[in-house]
Ligand binder design. Structure first.
Ligand SMILES: Cc1cc2nc3c(=O)[nH]c(=O)nc-3n(C[C@H](O)[C@H](O)[C@H](O)COP(=O)(O)O)c2cc1C
Length: 232
């Protein structure tokens, strides 16, 4: 057991005892970490969806999982909006494609468009209608107190980014697929979903099964040597 050098004084008044009830042997740990990696390494961004329905309870569990994310000063500065309503999905598709058209035609740099060529993406986003669910994630840069005064939240982008990572992982774990979608600017989402003034669209995730026949870009991930540095 390693003890901190300096004694940390905690006011236990506001604390509850934490029991880590999921200890594994070293062998189990090696096995679990390896198999979790292998499973997550199968995740791909999917841009062609089946319209097969997914129970609402599954979507609720995915959101529950994402909302277990840590957040700056525990402000939990997020709202997850789940949309299955076909009319609303159509409106989202139309608005997203309108923004993407402008982006592809004038907002994106030549280098950006060159980088996207390998992925084969364009302004058409049929998956926004085909996928049975869309999860629009909103960040709350500030909360409003009882007097309607702005109370800034902390590390909002980091917090909501981590929550989105956990959402993506939960989707994959459930045997479903998604796409991290950022039709920028995304202000149309707050309008269409009637969100309060302190919520700003952060990411849009279509969720469902992949279409029966799907192709994904033939890309590779950086090696462990390229993405890590160990100091032992
Ligand atoms: C922050 C972020 C924004 C992204 N935005 C889009 C997007 O708007 N449209 C899209 O088709 N893919 C988008 N992607 C997906 C990436 O292109 C994809 O993750 C990358 O090519 C790696 O492929 P993989 O997810 O299959 O491993 C985005 C990914 C991230 C992390």
């Amino acid at each position: 057991m390693i003890y901190p050098k300096e004694k940390i004084t905690i006011d236990h008044h506001n604390h509850v005892k934490y029991s880590q009830d999921f200890h594994y042997s070293e062998a189990e740990m090696i096995d679990r970490s390896a198999s979790f990696y292998e499973h997550l390494n199968k995740r791909r961004s999917i841009r062609l969806f089946s319209d097969q329905s997914i129970p609402k309870s599954v979507i609720t569990n995915l959101i529950r999982t994402a909302a277990t994310s840590p957040s700056g000063a525990h402000k939990q500065p997020w709202t997850f909006c789940a949309i299955s309503n076909p009319q609303l999905k159509s409106k989202i598709r139309i608005a997203a494609e309108a923004e993407e058209k402008i982006s592809y035609e004038s907002r994106m740099s030549t280098r950006w468009k060159d980088d996207l060529k390998a992925l084969g993406t364009d302004m058409h986003k049929p998956f926004l209608e085909t996928a049975p669910w869309l999860i629009a994630v909103f960040k709350k840069t500030y909360d409003l107190n009882d007097q309607n005064q702005k109370q800034n939240n902390y590390y909002v982008n980091e917090s909501v980014g981590i929550a989105c990572g956990m959402l993506i992982t939960a989707i994959h774990n459930a045997g479903l697929v998604t796409l991290t979608h950022t039709p920028s600017p995304m202000n149309f989402l707050a309008d269409l979903l009637n969100r309060p003034v302190n919520e700003k669209a952060f990411m849009l995730f279509p969720v469902g099964y992949a279409a029966a026949e799907v192709y994904v870009p033939d890309i590779t991930r950086k090696s462990i040597e390229e993405v890590s540095a160990f100091y032992e």
